[in-house]
Design a protein around this ligand. Structure first.
Ligand code: ZN
Length: 467
C-alpha cells in the first residue's frame, strides 16, 4: 500500500478503502461486469472526509474518479490503473423534509428512489424520474444533469435543485446549500457542478425542490401512423391539459414490437402494427375533473385524426403495465447485448427523416443490423439503441460517423441526457463551438489547475496538466 492510500485509510478507517480483488470485482460502467482498474476505491462517510481526501490527493497530484450509482452510459466513471475511485456509497443521509418550504436536503450517495419515497411520505413529490431510479444517485444525477421521463413538465435536475455542497479539487468545501427559490446574489455557483461530470468538484449534498404530490394521474398509450401528426398531437394535448402533461414518451414501431412481441413478458395493449406509439400521462389535483379533461382531450385527438387508436389505463396496475413497456431497458439491453446507445436532441420536425436516413445507412453497411428508437419526444430527445454485430473500435467509429454526420446536417445535439464522458468526447465539437470549448477549459483550469478531478472526461486532459 503506498503512503497516500495509507493516509487516506487513516481518514476513512480500515473498511473505507478497497484494494486488489475488491476493486477488480467492481465495475466502473454500466451494465456492471466487474473489472474496475483503479488502484483503490475509497469510501468516505462525510463531506469532511471527502475534503481531507481531496486535500491529500491535490498535494500528491493524484487523479480521482467519483463514483455514484454507476448507471451512466458514456464512460464518465471509468478509472485507469493510476487513478483512485472516490465512491459516495456511504453518504446516504436524508434530512427531514421541510413541508412548508417544500425542500429536502440529502447526501450525494442517496439513490433517487429513496428521495421519491421520502418526499411521498411527507405528501410531496420529487419529480425527477428515470429508469435507473433504484440504482442511480442524486450526486450522479447532478453531475450529469439527469433528465428522464418528466422533463416536459418539471425540467431536468438543474430545474429542481436549489443548492449544493461541493468539494473542490484542493479540498475546499463550497457550502452553497441555498433553500429559497429566488436568490440572485451574484453567480449561481451550483451551476458549475451540474452536468460537469465530476470534473470541477465533487457534489456531497444537495437541496432539492419538491412539488405537490399529484392526487390524480391519467395514463394512456396511443398509436399513430403519421409522424407529422405526432407533433400536432403533442401541442394539442399540452394545450388541452392546461399544463398538466407530465410525460410524452414516443416509441417507434421497432421498439414496441421488440418489447411486446420478442421479449414476451408484456401484454399487447395496442396491436403492434402502427408506426408510432406514445405513452402520455397527465397528473393533477382533482381525480374526477382531471379524468374527464384527459378523456375529452384524447377523444378530440381521435376525432381530428391525429391518433389512430388509444387505450387508457383503468387501474394502477394497468398504468404500471404501460410504463413497464417503455421502461423495459433491461429486456432491450439483453436483446441487443452489448448495445450501442445514442442520446440525441433534434428539432421534432426533422426526427422522422433523420431516423429513416440513419436506418437506411446502417442497413446498407450492416444488413443484419438492428436499431430501435424511443425517447422523450416532448423534449425533442430520442434514444437510438442498436447493434451491428461487432464492437470493434473501427466499426463503432463508423456507426458514430453515420449517426453524428446525419445529426450535424440537421443541427442536432450529440448528447441530450447522458453527457459526454469519454465516449462522446471526440464529437463534442459537433455540438459546441471552439470558443465554448475554450471557455470550458478556462473553467476547468480555474477550479482544478492540476487536473486531478475525473481527468480526460468531457475534455482531453493534455492542456489541463500545467500547474
Ligand atoms: Zn432518456
Amino acid at each position: 500500500m503506498d503512503n497516500l492510500i495509507e493516509d487516506i485509510e487513516n481518514i476513512v478507517g480500515p473498511g473505507g478503502v478497497l484494494l486488489g480483488a475488491d476493486v477488480l470485482g467492481r465495475s466502473d460502467f454500466w451494465p456492471p461486469m466487474g473489472g474496475c482498474q483503479a488502484k483503490a476505491i475509497v469510501r468516505p462517510a462525510s463531506t469532511g472526509e471527502v475534503a481531507k481526501i481531496l486535500k491529500l490527493c491535490h498535494a500528491a497530484g493524484q487523479a480521482v474518479v467519483t463514483h455514484g450509482g454507476l448507471t451512466g452510459l458514456v464512460g464518465g466513471a471509468r478509472a485507469a490503473q493510476d487513478e483512485i475511485v472516490l465512491s459516495l456509497e456511504r453518504m446516504k443521509g436524508i434530512e427531514p423534509v421541510d413541508t412548508v418550504n417544500r425542500t429536502v436536503t440529502v447526501e450525494a450517495g442517496v439513490p433517487l428512489q429513496l428521495v421519491h419515497e421520502a418526499a411521498e411520505d411527507a405528501g410531496l413529490l420529487f419529480p425527477l424520474d428515470l429508469g435507473a431510479r433504484g440504482s442511480c444517485t442524486i450526486g450522479g444525477n447532478i453531475a450529469t444533469n439527469a433528465g428522464g421521463n418528466s422533463v416536459i413538465r418539471y425540467g431536468m435536475i438543474r430545474d429542481q435543485l436549489l443548492g449544493v455542497e461541493a468539494v473542490l479539487a484542493d479540498g475546499t468545501v463550497i457550502s452553497s446549500l441555498n433553500t429559497v427559490i429566488k436568490n440572485n446574489t451574484g453567480y449561481d455557483l451550483k451551476q458549475l457542478f451540474i452536468g460537469s461530470e465530476g470534473t470541477l468538484g465533487i457534489v456531497t449534498r444537495a437541496v432539492l425542490r419538491l412539488r405537490p404530490l399529484p392526487r390524480s394521474s391519467n395514463t394512456a398509450l396511443v398509436a399513430t401512423d403519421d409522424f407529422d401528426r405526432l407533433g400536432r398531437f403533442l401541442a394539442d394535448m399540452d394545450a388541452a391539459l392546461g399544463g398538466t402533461l407530465s410525460a410524452f414518451e414516443v416509441m417507434w414501431n421497432d421498439f414496441y414490437q421488440l418489447i411486446v412481441m420478442e421479449i414476451g413478458n408484456h401484454g399487447q395493449p395496442l396491436p403492434p402494427t402502427h408506426r408510432f406509439y406514445v405513452l402520455l400521462e397527465s397528473t393533477g389535483g382533482h381525480e374526477k375533473s382531471d379524468r374527464a379533461r384527459f378523456e375529452d382531450a384524447l377523444s378530440e385527438a381521435l376525432d381530428a385524426g391525429l391518433i389512430a387508436d388509444a387505450v387508457i389505463a383503468q387501474s394502477k396496475q394497468q398504468r404500471a403495465d404501460l410504463w413497464a413497456i417503455r421502461d423495459d431497458i433491461e429486456g432491450l439491453t439483453k436483446a441487443f447485448f452489448p448495445p450501442l446507445v445514442f442520446d440525441i436532441s433534434l428539432d421534432i420536425r426533422q426526427m422522422d427523416d433523420y431516423v429513416d436516413e440513419v436506418r437506411a445507412q446502417l442497413s446498407a453497411r450492416w444488413p443484419d443490423s438492428r436499431m430501435v428508437v424511443f425517447g422523450h419526444l416532448g423534449d425533442g430527445n430520442i434514444h437510438l439503441v442498436l447493434t451491428v454485430g461487432s464492437h470493434e473500435p473501427g466499426e463503432v467509429h463508423a456507426v458514430e460517423t453515420i449517426i453524428y454526420e446525419a445529426l450535424g446536417r440537421r443541427h442536432g445535439v450529440i448528447s441530450a441526457e447522458h453527457g459526454i464522458g469519454l465516449d462522446k468526447r471526440a464529437y463534442l465539437q459537433h455540438s459546441r463551438s471552439s470558443d465554448e470549448i475554450a471557455l470550458m477549459r478556462t473553467l476547468k483550469q480555474a477550479l482544478d489547475p492540476k487536473g486531478i478531478l475525473n481527468p480526460g472526461k468531457i475534455l482531453t486532459a493534455q492542456k489541463e496538466t500545467t500547474v
